[in-house]
Design a protein around this ligand. Structure first.
Ligand code: BLA
Length: 513
């Protein structure tokens, strides 16, 4: 068979997790046409309706539910736009017999989907959701640092939900992520700081978690319930993207079983329309939260996303303000001295304050002047030629020069990362900032590259790994990354230097005349 490196990792990305045709046992599902005729129903429906699927399919809902229930559903339906959001009603006396149910309603394509759960399954529930959220958010707002915010979030989520372990899992740019805050029961092993590869949460799952911000797996070991019939008369399965009772991918269930988990609940953190992270809650036995509690936690997730987004924006503004002041001071000194291009090296300390680095070089008129840890002077013409190709007239930055300029492998500890600011076009001259190699240790939960291969109907595919034992990877040849603020500072400096040099050139021309 094929070896694991012949495998296409995207086969994880291809599982159609929104149309698997099953829900979890705690829910009951009814899908209707827009004229309220039942098209699909979950096989367990008899438990609440007292009548089975054969009896109910094709019947109008009005034949089964009293008009008070229809009225409640219709009222919520009017608040919905197609394929966007889900409305909820809690504690409805659905059959006018005293039994209370929570109901979620959404549109899936042209079907009205009604999901029903028994109310208050989590005995004490959350009390008054509004005042709970208000006090949770107030405590979080009082935290001074970002880490404080993260810690307070997981602490409070654990207090409210009673899950054994609550993590804040944050994605990095390439889709891998790590646990940045954790609250857990005494006696269980912490996952704080561990990293997990991008393939643990495939792409379509991330997309789904933007649309539908919470998901529960109440009991990893329970049998899912089929939706009957699996397809509509046109052969299309019911899209469960916005469902609150959707059965979770069997691949992911296997993953959680390998982790020893009995129930899970997660809440998306969305910032700038992107999935920034998620709260991942694990319990080591089955654990059900009522629809009302989950909805309250969904609101909590939305509020916390806003809090984090606001904090990050504020931090960014502060950094930008400081950078602007610093920039203005440096440019003031430049204007006062009117240096030649070669003399720019005298401003190394100023520039390094703007863009932190370990070495600084001015490459002007085929001559190099350096300060601090730079490649050897002999290496510079080669770097300049590389920049002529790569940088053109824009700021260029890489945290791993050797990946794009292999010769740099010979000077890794002197210059692993480089940022270049072009300061003239012909000849091409540059200010170059170098950063040394930072050897980073990433602690993965299990070897990220070791996923067992299994043979399914679509050929070989990856399955979740069996071992989550900490495994350390050493990342070499890379510098500290150039941040967005570094790049902005570099661009501002490029523009200012061009102005200063231009003015200097004009003045020296005038003096020569
Ligand atoms: C989904 N994977 C998920 C989810 C998480 C993780 C949080 C969201 C569903 C949930 O709430 O449980 C991963 N869980 C983690 C990580 C931590 C954690 C990283 O607690 C860290 C502490 N998974 C694999 C492979 C595949 C895969 C190889 O390892 C594919 C072949 C699939 N993960 C997978 C799928 C889903 C998923 C399909 C979507 C589940 C669904 O919503 O139906």
């Amino acid at each position: 068979g094929p070896s694991s490196d012949e495998l296409d990792l995207s086969n994880c990305d291809r599982e159609p997790i929104h149309i698997l045709g099953r829900i979890q046992t705690f829910g009951y599902l009814v899908a209707m046409s827009t004229d309220w005729i039942i098209q699909h129903i979950s096989a367990n429906i008899g438990e609440v309706f007292g009548r089975g699927p054969d009896d109910l399919l094709g019947a109008p809902l009005a034949e089964i539910l009293p008009s008070s229930a229809l009225h409640a559903i219709r009222g919520k339906l009017q608040l919905l736009s197609p394929n966007d959001g889900s409305e909820r009603v809690f504690g409805v006396d659905l059959f006018e017999d005293g039994r209370r149910f929570d109901i979620a309603i959404h549109m899936s394509d042209v079907s009205i989907v009604v999901e029903i759960e028994v109310s208050n399954v989590d005995a004490n529930g959350v009390g008054n959701p509004g005042s709970l959220i208000k006090s949770m958010i107030a405590r979080i707002q009082r935290c001074e640092t970002m880490d404080g915010v993260y810690r307070e979030c997981v602490r409070q989520l654990r207090a409210v939900t009673g899950f054994d372990r609550v993590m804040l899992y944050r994605f990095n740019d390439n889709g891998a992520g790590s646990v940045v805050a954790e609250a857990l029961n005494r006696g269980i092993e912490p996952f704080m700081g561990l990293s997990y590869p991008a393939t643990d949460i495939p792409r379509q799952a991330r997309r789904l978690y933007l649309k539908n911000r919470i998901r529960i797996i109440a009991d990893i070991n329970s049998q899912d319930v089929d939706i009957v019939p699996p397809t509509n008369p046109n052969g299309a399965p019911l899209d469960l993207s916005l469902s609150v009772t959707r059965a979770v991918s069997p691949i992911h269930v296997e993953y959680l079983k390998n982790m020893g988990v009995g129930a899970s609940f997660s809440i998306s953190i969305v910032i700038d329309d992107k999935l920034w992270g998620l709260f991942a809650l694990h319990h080591y036995a089955p654990r059900q939260l009522s629809m009302e509690t989950r909805s309250t936690m969904e609101l909590f997730g939305e509020m916390v996303s806003l809090v984090i987004e606001g904090r990050l924006a504020k931090e960014m503004r502060k950094v930008e303000e400081e950078a602007r002041d610093l920039h203005d001071r440096v440019v003031g000194r430049l204007v006062a001295t009117s240096p030649t291009m070669e003399e720019l090296v005298d401003f190394a300390d100023d520039f390094r304050e703007l863009i932190p680095c370990d070495g600084f070089a001015v490459w002007a008129k085929d001559v190099v002047r350096t300060v601090g840890r730079c490649p050897f002077p002999d290496d510079m013409p080669g770097i300049a030629r590389f920049l002529n190709r790569a940088a053109a007239s824009r700021v260029y930055a890489t945290e791993q020069l050797s990946a794009v300029y292999p010769k740099a492998q010979e000077f890794p500890d002197r210059a692993a990362g480089l940022l270049a600011i072009p300061i003239s076009r012909s000849p091409r001259d540059y200010l170059i900032f170098f950063r040394r190699e930072i050897i980073e240790t990433v602690t993965w939960a299990g070897r990220p590259d070791e996923k067992p291969v299994e043979y399914g109907p679509n050929g070989p595919r990856l399955t979740p790994r069996k071992s989550f034992e900490a495994w350390q990877e050493t990342v070499r040849d890379k510098s500290a990354p150039w941040s967005i603020s570094d790049l902005k500072a570099a661009e501002a400096l490029r523009v200012s230097i061009l102005e200063v040099l231009l003015r200097f050139n004009e003045e020296s021309e005038r003096q020569q005349q």
